[in-house]
Design a protein around this ligand. Structure first.
Ligand code: IMP
Length: 374
C-alpha cells in the first residue's frame, strides 16, 4: 500500500518491512554479542503496546536464555506527546537484582525512557540497557544513553509495525509517515463548458473532500448583501449595467480564502475564466505560499452542451439557458476565452480531464477516482 488513511489523516509509506527486519537483525546481533556466555537470565522488557511487534521479532533472534516481562505505559494523544507518562500496567514480574534490556518501539522526546529508567531503579534492577527500534534524534533532549538503536528517523509522526495513531495502524507491517501534503490546503479549479455539470458535481466534491465551494456569482450576491466595500463597488457597477472587473472578483476570492476556516480546501467554480484570471489566481496563492492543486475539467461535446442547456432551461427557467443563440454565444465565449486556459494549466501539469458524458453518478465516480489521488 502506498498510502493509508486512519481517521482524519493520510499516511504514506516510509520504511518498508524489509528495511525494518534488516535493522532488527543488526540490533539482535549486537545484543547477542553482548550477552554471549552470560550466566544470568536477562529480562527483555516489552513496553506495551507499541513494542509488541518489535519485541516479538527481536526475541526470535536472541540466542541466549532470557525472560519476557512487560509494562504498559502511555504518553501520546493523537499525534503529539502529552509530556506526562502514565503507567497503565506495572511490571508483570519482579525485576529486583535483574539485568534488564528495555525494548521500545520508538524514543521521541525521551520522557518515557526517563520515567521508565527511574521505575527500574526504584524496583532495584541491577543493570539497565535500552534498545529501541526507532529514534528521533531531533526531538530527544535527555541524557539517558540509548544502547541499541535500529533506525534514526526525522522528527515526523509515524504509524505501523506496532506504532499507532489513536490506537489504530499498529497492524501494518511497513511503517508509514504522516503525509504533510494531506494537511496542505487544496485549491481545485472546476473547469468545463456551460452545461458540463459543474454545479452538480461541485456539490458532490464539496461533501466528499470537505471543501468550500466558491462560485463567483454567489460571492457577488453575498458581498452585496453584506454591504462590504467590495460589495458596494460591485453593486454600483452592476446597477450601471457594466461588468464587474477582474480585480473586484479577485479581491472577493482572496478575502474568501482568508476568512473561511475549518475546511480542507476550496473548489473554484466559474473562476478563472480567462488566462489573465488564471495568472492572477496563481499570483494570489503564491503570496501565501500556496498553489492550485489541480484543475478538474469536465468535457462534453458542443452538441451535448446545447441539448443539456435546453433541457435545463425547461426545468430551472434560467433566462440565459432559454435561447439557442445565447447558448451558442456562450459556447463561443467559452472556446475563445476560457478554453485557452487548458494549455496554461497543461504547462504546469495541473490539467486533468474527466469525460463528462454519462450519468451524474458515472461522471462523479470518475471525478472521485481522479481527486482521490491528490
Ligand atoms: P517519548 O516519551 O516522547 O520518547 O515517546 C515515546 C512514546 O511515544 C512511544 O513509545 C510511542 O508510544 C509514542 N510515539 C512517539 N513518536 C511516535 C510516532 O511517531 N508515532 C506513534 N507513536 C509515537
Amino acid at each position: 500500500m502506498e498510502k493509508v488513511r486512519l481517521f482524519d489523516k493520510t499516511f504514506k509509506q516510509f520504511i518498508p518491512n524489509a528495511r525494518i527486519e534488516q535493522a532488527i537483525d543488526e540490533v539482535a546481533a549486537r545484543i547477542n554479542r553482548d550477552n554471549e556466555g552470560c550466566t544470568d537470565i536477562p529480562v527483555i522488557l516489552c513496553v506495551l503496546n507499541g513494542s509488541m511487534m518489535f519485541t516479538s521479532a527481536l526475541m526470535k533472534r536472541l540466542k541466549f536464555t532470557c525472560e519476557l516481562v512487560s509494562i504498559k505505559l502511555a504518553s501520546y494523544a493523537g499525534t503529539s506527546s502529552t509530556g506526562e507518562v502514565k503507567e497503565m500496567m506495572g511490571f508483570t514480574s519482579d525485576i529486583t537484582g535483574r539485568r534488564v534490556i528495555v525494548v521500545e518501539d520508538i524514543v521521541d522526546t525521551g520522557n518515557t525512557i526517563v520515567s521508565l529508567v527511574q521505575k527500574l531503579k526504584d524496583h532495584h534492577a541491577r543493570e539497565v540497557k535500552i534498545c529501541t527500534l526507532l529514534f528521533k534524534p531531533e526531538s530527544y533532549d535527555k541524557d539517558v544513553k540509548l544502547d541499541y538503536v535500529g533506525l534514526s528517523i526525522p522528527n515526523a509522526f509515524i504509524v505501523g509495525y506496532g506504532l499507532d495513531y489513536n490506537e489504530v495502524g499498529r497492524n501494518f507491517e511497513d511503517i508509514y509517515v504522516l503525509d504533510t501534503e494531506d494537511t496542505k490546503m487544496k485549491y481545485y479549479v472546476l473547469f468545463g463548458p456551460p452545461g458540463a455539470g459543474k454545479g452538480t458535481q461541485a456539490t458532490a466534491m464539496v461533501e466528499r473532500y470537505n471543501l468550500h465551494h466558491i462560485s463567483t456569482g454567489n460571492l457577488l450576491r453575498k458581498e452585496i448583501a453584506a454591504g462590504t466595500e467590495l460589495g458596494l463597488k460591485a453593486k454600483a457597477l452592476i446597477e450601471d449595467g457594466r461588468l464587474v472587473p477582474d480585480e473586484v472578483v479577485e479581491g472577493m476570492i482572496e478575502s474568501e480564502f482568508k476568512t473561511v476556516k475549518g475546511v480542507k480546501g476550496f473548489l473554484l467554480d466559474g473562476f478563472p475564466r480567462t488566462i489573465a484570471q488564471a495568472e492572477a489566481l496563481d499570483a494570489m496563492l503564491a503570496r501565501s505560499g500556496e498553489e492550485v492543486t489541480s484543475v478538474v475539467s469536465i468535457m462534453i461535446p458542443d452538441q451535448m452542451i446545447i441539448d443539456r442547456i435546453s433541457h435545463r432551461a425547461a426545468i430551472e427557467g434560467r433566462a440565459d439557458d432559454a435561447n439557442v443563440e445565447i447558448i451558442k454565444n456562450r459556447i463561443e465565449t467559452y472556446h475563445a476565452q476560457t478554453e485557452p486556459e487548458i494549455a496554461y494549466y497543461q504547462k504546469s501539469g495541473k490539467y486533468n480531464e474527466v469525460d463528462g458524458v454519462g450519468t451524474i453518478e458515472q461522471v462523479r465516480d470518475r471525478i472521485f477516482a481522479l481527486v482521490d489521488q491528490f
